[in-house]
Design a protein around this ligand. Structure first.
Ligand code: ADP
Ligand code: ASP
Ligand code: MG
Length: 417
């Protein structure tokens, strides 16, 4: 008998028919003798709808109230799923994040989980119940409802699996695993049977939204066995077959020895580039530019400083597109005059395309092949950043899909390895 956590995304619980299927699948696992905890997201489109209602009332809705509103999406699906399970003759009980106590900090709309009180869940499991816990939400010390950021149900599920020391956390979604790139962009994208935890972390942080990055961080920190698989298969398929399907996130690099150098291509449209032109090239200049940006709570991603000409240089960096107007405002009001910069330029029509693979550690020439492929397509590279297992470039966002397809093809990612 194992303790298993299932997580079902929005599409997987997108209608009462789909919720019935989830209940049948969970009942099958329960009948096989497993203790089951199930974490659903809100029905697909529901979180957007709820947040949209708030935006109809205010251009900048209060974040605490946004969380109060957004958390209701998952409150509906936990109740529906518990009822569907009971209809199948199972004992089931739903919990909101606050009822469990999923304790978070108070950073509304992007709260972090600090602790999970697993006592009620364990007691219910011991009584043979299926426990259904709302994803995406928690409660801070003061009892305020919080949410964990978009896609946060993945993190709820993995954090619960870690707290309960579950044998496995299965993330059921609308694709049958992690692909070499988003299958919605590249038709020939291929499912990976395994991907290392490190690669998954890079892919998630570089824009692959199949898993929220914090869920991967949790899985790594607490060594939670994690698998991504489809919820759209026959719910009554044999468990052994289902348990081996999808993509396993592995901690063992050697398990993938025979696989390709590049595992996947990630992309992110939420990027904006800012250049501070004609700044004096002297010690402390990076701090004078980026200090006020950090103080305004704006995360900076890539940074480039050009060689100086006549004592002046240009300094470029990227920020999340949503924070672009705020970053420009900070630079114009607090930085430009203070450092005597000639001009602040910005471009919010850029994107980042990244290639990820642990095989890069032992293979040279990946970067040059990437740059050649992009140049053959006439795509200009604006910024580059590398680490041991990834290369990212910033390009004009109108070329994003072309770049991803060309790289996928050039590196033979559609070919089975
Ligand atoms: P859920 O609602 O189940 O959490 P998401 O929409 O958050 O589902 O994540 C699944 C989606 O992630 C897929 O439909 C797919 O379009 C997208 N995706 C992006 N990159 C990848 C990738 N490398 N592999 C698989 N899916 C990906
Ligand atoms: N319902 C939330 C969202 O849409 C959480 C999730 O789906 O994981 O972002
Ligand atoms: Mg998701």
């Amino acid at each position: 008998m194992a303790l298993i956590v299932h997580k079902y995304g929005g599409t997987s619980v997108g209608s009462t028919e789909r919720i019935k299927n989830v209940a049948r699948r969970v009942a099958k696992w329960h009948a096989a003798g497993h203790k089951m905890v199930v974490v659903p997201s809100a029905m697909s489109g529901e979180t957007n709808r709820l947040l949209g209602l708030a935006k109809e009332l205010s251009a900048r809705p209060d974040p605490r109230e946004l969380d109060v509103i957004a958390a209701t999406g998952e409150q509906v699906t936990i109740g529906l799923l518990a009822i569907a399970l009971m209809e199948l003759g199972l004992k089931a009980r739903s919990y909101t994040g606050a009822q469990v106590k999923v304790l978070t900090d108070s950073a509304y709309t992007k709260a972090r989980i600090m602790d999970i009180d697993d006592r009620s869940i364990r007691a219910d499991l011991d009584r043979g119940m299926v426990v259904v816990v709302a994803g995406f939400q928690g409660m801070d010390e003061a009892g305020n409802i919080t949410t964990l950021g978009r896609g946060g149900s993945d993190t709820s599920a993995v954090a619960l699996a870690a707290a309960l020391k579950a044998d496995e956390c299965l993330i059921y979604t609308d694709v049958d695993g992690v692909y070499t790139t988003d299958p919605r962009i590249v038709e020939d994208a291929r499912r990976l049977r395994t991907v290392t935890f490190e690669e998954m972390l890079e892919m998630a942080s570089l824009g692959s939204k199949v898993l929220q990055i914090r869920s991967v961080e949790f899985a790594g920190k607490y060594k939670v066995p994690l698998r991504v698989l489809s919820s759209l298969t026959d719910p009554m398929m044999p468990i052994a077959e289902e348990a081996a399907s999808g993509t396993l996130i592995t901690f063992e690099e050697d398990q993938k020895m025979e696989q390709a150098v590049i595992s996947g291509i990630a992309f992110n449209r939420d990027e904006a580039k800012i250049t501070v032109m004609g700044v004096p090239d002297r010690p402390g200049i990076a701090y004078q530019i980026l200090g006020p940006i950090g103080d305004a709570n704006i995360d900076v991603d890539m940074i480039i400083q050009n060689a100086s000409v006549g004592g002046l240089t240009d300094f470029s960096f990227t920020v999340n597109r949503a924070e672009y107007p705020k970053a420009l405002e900070v630079l114009n009001s607090k930085v430009k005059g203070a450092i005597n910069a000639a001009e602040i330029r910005g471009d919010d029509k850029v994107c980042k395309v990244s290639m990820v693979g642990v095989g890069m550690r032992t293979h040279a020439g990946i970067a040059s092949q990437m740059f050649r492929t992009l140049s053959e397509e006439g795509i200009n590279i604006q910024m580059i950043s590398t680490s041991e297992i990834k290369i990212s470039v910033v390009i004009d966002d109108k070329y994003m899909e072309l770049a991803v397809r060309a790289l996928h093809n050039a590196f033979g990612l559609d070919q089975a390895s």
